[in-house]
Write a protein that binds this ligand. Structure first.
Ligand SMILES: *Cc1c(COP(=O)(O)O)cnc(C)c1O
Length: 949
């Protein structure tokens, strides 16, 4: 046996452990367990057809070889993606640090104050630079953020009587091409009519509910958005501005002009291009729209001692909680990238950002002058970093390509290009030489960059930004390193203990899967670079598509969606396109079981479908009779069923094949939510159960870390009849023959993160993947057994087994005055992050250990749960001054001179022996959610402001 095989590193329980665990659950072999768990008729008959597994060492050599196939040419294409400099201190201490990248979404605020603070810094930075009142903690990319802005303005139009019912939205023709494509995708299904035109020619007297401008435009020209917004405001037309984040250092904040929404990407703040992503988009708006905001907002509140504490704001938290009333489906966003961008702001501060922006602007202006001297006509009269040259594009392209430089050629008579943070005087001279050669002229050599100001006077920046202390303190590496560490210490991540979040699959994110993300030749490829330069990427992306197609039992895969929820939307849009191709335009009913994740109904509504909810049985299964009845009732208009498998209740429903058949018989397609794919890989698959399309959360099943709430990758895999409709992209040919318009900004979504899943599959191979699924099921059933007698498990399969996760009931403890939240908070004192709270059943915990957790860790967790159960038995409803209600206990409480609790300090902080060796201290006491929602503050406001609130 190869003791160094990756599977043995990825999977937690050793062979002996597995035997003991099987013994505990009363079985001899793993195969018996699988037999008792997964219905026979959906089991795969043969092994997955994948390459032999590589060792970690072999994989790193392999991925290094492939990286060499990428040609990192000097790239000035712009269009929302620019070369940038990731400060090494951020790369090493955040991107390469499991303390940051393995954390979960900060729902458990008391053990997430570090990333919450970093995200609050992000929001502050966005609020300052855009001049808006509130901002969220990131969205997926600039183009989807633009679509979210349009949706928000559409949703709020009804509040303005004059605009109620108006459905026209103006799009400046200077919008980025990928954003236009996204706007089309999202406008159509909900009945928005897009009108694309020139800003200068816009007729404000026409009936529009909103408009979107690009600032500066895609060609680099800065227009007078001040005047546009002011006229629009008079006409009560709401305006969204897509603004280049770095240019805002020099351009006046759109908020100062009265913009309603400002969106964009923060990629330029130190995040590698990564062939398209992941990067954090930002979204800022007015206070008045705070309840309509997509994504998550971090807000300030207080803890049980009245001290400042942070948490995700507003009871709604995310739009999708509103299910079919939601206007956005965003769940996973781009937390890790937002954290990195915020640290770029912290490190450079306002002075550093001005230095960087001025340098870029001055170089651009110097270059413009040199090109004019060479006789070129530069069209932009006001610009930040992008020039537009009228010339024979072909001539320039020929020389530039020969000299390994990428410019952008929008048509045969135009060349545009953008200068960036990495551009040196040498690069400027190199560019001049290219244009000189294309014009058959002697080149001009620049030795000095001139000071310049080529920005339209009315939009030059006057307002201050980043005045808070945090942006003016940590400017040396030592200071920033310690600041990052001080935040990291407040957060519990997978490098401390198991995070057994049901439905979220927090498994190992192996270092060898992560290493290549830092490499230059993976980071520095522009998503619109010629395909010939991206051969390394195309090789792995194609192979990953093939691997996922094989694993799901389908015909093809699109990697474009950059979260699970985007995958859902993409899948439904593909289904819609399929129906329409058969002249079934009327098919718009989407059946969704009541237990579905909130993103399901939210996505269906975004796709223009009508949600019909179907019932569950007492055993947690889909009520097949109810489903049949509803499918038949709606058979003329049935579009799809959305079903999670195994169900969100943690059960492999044996009726699944019957269910998918009912839908097909009534003319519908079956969408399978693949969040629970970790219970299927190698043993069964969506194709096999009769689904037509599924999304996968590569950040759950396929080892991409959660990053504290993103990035994610949510590819869709489809059956043969849906392949023609896989999503396209305006500048790069991807997708099916009758491709739907874009689902995310980049042709391959978050390509850089895809390396992780590729590595995961490459190193596990068919056997390792299948073994992982089996052990995930073993670990879950072992926990179920160990907790028996203390916690009841709701729902199990026909033979009494759980799938890869289980729901434990905490409602009976209400008799003792204990809520499920109290258990979640008490687990922190034991060094554990709570399992999923109250999804899909209120008052329960959903536990998913994954295959990566060892028996020892699982035993510690079970010991903690059982010990908490004893504590519950000892408390009463009448007396809330107890271990659970007061949890979590901070170091400050334990070491304070006063101790007024009716239990010992030891019982509070060190309830079990193992805690002594590895104590994790929550940094604040229990946070007060309601208080913060009544007094919403979502930037680093000075403490005084907070005290007055
Ligand atoms: C996580 C999850 C989703 C949403 O996926 P994101 O990547 O967060 O957008 C959808 N459905 C289920 C069942 C999930 O667990």
């Amino acid at each position: 046996m190869n003791t160094n095989a990756f599977a043995l590193r990825h999977i937690g329980p050793r062979e002996d452990d597995q035997k003991q665990m099987l013994n505990t659950i009363g079985l001899e072999t793993l195969d018996e367990l699988i037999y008792e768990t997964i219905p026979d008729d959906i089991r795969l008959k043969k092994e997955l057809n994948l390459d032999e597994p590589m060792t970690e060492h072999e994989y790193l050599l392999h991925i290094h070889d492939l990286s060499k196939k990428n040609k990192a040419y000097k790239t000035y294409i712009g269009l929302g993606y620019h070369p940038t400099i990731l400060p090494a201190v951020i790369q090493r201490n955040i991107l390469e640090n499991p303390g940051w990248y393995t954390a979960y979404t900060p729902y458990q605020a008391e053990i997430a104050q570090g990333r919450l603070e970093a995200l609050l810094n992000f929001q502050t930075m966005v609020i300052d630079l855009t001049g808006m009142e509130i901002a969220n903690a990131s969205l997926l990319d600039e183009s989807t953020a633009a679509a979210e802005a349009m949706s928000l303005l559409f949703a709020v139009r009804e509040r303005d009587q004059k605009k109620a019912g108006i459905n026209k939205f103006f799009v400046s023709e200077n919008i980025l091409p990928q954003t236009l494509s996204l706007l089309q995708t999202r406008a159509n299904p909900i009945g928005i009519e897009l009108v694309i035109g020139k800003e200068e020619a816009f007729d404000f007297s026409e009936a529009f509910f909103g408009a979107i401008l690009q600032y500066p435009g895609k060609d680099g020209q800065i227009t007078d958005i001040k005047s546009f917004i002011s006229q629009a405001s008079d006409a009560r037309i709401k305006v969204a501005v897509a603004a280049d984040f770095l240019s805002l250092v020099k351009l006046e904040a759109p908020g100062q002009f009265g913009a309603d929404v400002v969106i964009g990407t923060t990629q330029r703040f130190g995040i590698p291009m990564g062939y398209g992503g992941p990067h954090a988009a930002y979204f800022a708006t007015k206070e008045a729209y705070k309840r309509d905001l997509p994504g998550r907002i971090i807000g300030v509140t207080k803890d049980a001692n009245g001290n400042r504490a942070l948490r995700m704001a507003l009871q709604t938290r995310e739009q999708h909680i509103k299910r079919d009333k939601a206007t956005s489906n965003i769940c996973t966003a781009q937390v890790l990238l937002a954290v990195m961008a915020s640290m770029y702001g912290v490190y450079h501060g306002p002075k550093g950002l001005k230095f960087i922006a001025n340098k870029i602007h001055n170089k651009t202006a110097t270059l413009a002058r040199a090109l004019e001297k060479l006789g070129y006509k530069q069209l932009n009269t006001s610009y930040f970093d992008t020039l537009q040259i009228k010339t024979k594009a072909k001539k320039v392209k020929k020389v530039a390509t020969k000299k390994k430089v990428n410019l952008f050629y929008p048509d045969s008579k135009t060349v545009t290009f953008s200068i960036n943070e990495t551009t040196s005087i040498r690069d400027i001279n190199y560019l001049i030489a290219i244009f000189a050669e294309a014009a058959n002229k002697e080149t001009i050599t620049i030795s000095k960059i001139e000071q310049a100001n080529n920005i339209l006077e009315t939009v030059q920046r006057q307002s201050d930004f980043l005045t808070d202390a945090v942006f003016n303190t940590h400017h040396s590496e030592t200071e920033l390193m310690r600041y990052i560490k001080s935040l990291e210490r407040k957060d519990l991540a997978l490098n401390h203990s198991m995070i057994s979040l049901g439905s979220c699959t927090m498994k190992l994110n192996a270092a060898s899967e992560m290493l290549p993300l830092s490499w230059f030749k993976w980071g520095n490829i522009h998503p619109f670079a010629p395909l010939k330069q991206a051969k390394g990427y195309l090789t792995i992306l194609k192979e990953l598509e093939d691997q996922l197609t094989e694993i799901t039992g389908f015909a093809a895969t699109s990697l474009q969606p950059n979260s699970g929820a985007q995958g859902e939307f993409a899948g439904l849009m593909v289904i819609k396109a399929y129906h329409e191709s058969r002249n079934d335009h009327h098919r718009n009913i989407c059946l969704i079981p009541s237990s579905a994740h909130g993103t399901n109904p939210a996505s269906a509504v975004m796709a223009g479908m009508k949600v019909v909810v179907t019932k569950s049985t007492a055993e947690g299964n889909i009520d097949v009779d109810d489903l049949r009845e509803k499918a038949e009732l709606h058979k003329d208009n049935l579009s799809a069923l959305m079903v999670t498998y195994p169900s969100t209740h943690g059960v492999y429903e044996s009726a699944i094949k019957e269910i998918t058949k009912i839908i097909h018989d009534n003319g519908g397609q079956v969408y399978m939510d693949g969040a629970n794919m970790n219970a299927q890989v190698g043993l069964t698959n969506p194709g096999n159960i009769g689904a037509d399309v599924c999304h996968l959360n590569l950040h759950k099943t396929f080892a991409i870390p959660h990053g504290g709430g993103g990035p994610g990758v949510g590819p869709i895999c489809v059956a043969k009849q849906l392949v023609p409709f896989l999503p396209g992209s305006p500048l790069v040919k991807v997708g099916g023959k009758q491709a739907i318009t874009a689902i995310s900004a980049a042709p391959f979504g978050s390509a850089l993160a895809c390396l992780i899943s590729y590595g995961y599959i490459k190193m596990l191979g068919a056997q390792g993947l299948t073994e992982s699924t089996k052990i995930a099921i073993l670990n879950a059933n072992y926990i179920k057994q160990r907790l028996q007698g203390n916690f009841d498990t709701l729902y199990s399969g026909e033979r009494g087994r759980a799938a890869h996760e289980m729901i434990v009931d905490c409602r009976p403890f209400k008799a003792n005055g204990i809520e499920v939240t109290d258990i979640a908070k008490r687990l922190m004192d034991y060094g554990f992050h709570a399992p999923t709270v109250s999804f899909p059943v209120a008052g329960t915990l959903m536990i998913e250990p994954t295959e990566s957790e060892s028996k020892a860790e699982i035993d510690r967790f079970c010991d903690a749960m059982i010990s908490i159960k004893k504590e519950i038995d000892n408390v009463t409803k009448e007396d809330a001054n107890n271990l659970l209600k007061n949890a979590p206990h901070t170091l400050h409480m334990i070491t304070a001179n006063d101790w007024n609790f009716p239990y010992s300090r030891e019982a509070a902080a060190f309830p079990l022996e193992y805690v002594r060796d590895n104590k994790f201290w929550p940094s604040v006491r229990r946070v007060d959610d309601a208080y913060g929602d009544r007094n919403l503050i979502c930037s680093c406001a000075p403490i005084e402001t907070y005290a007055e609130a």
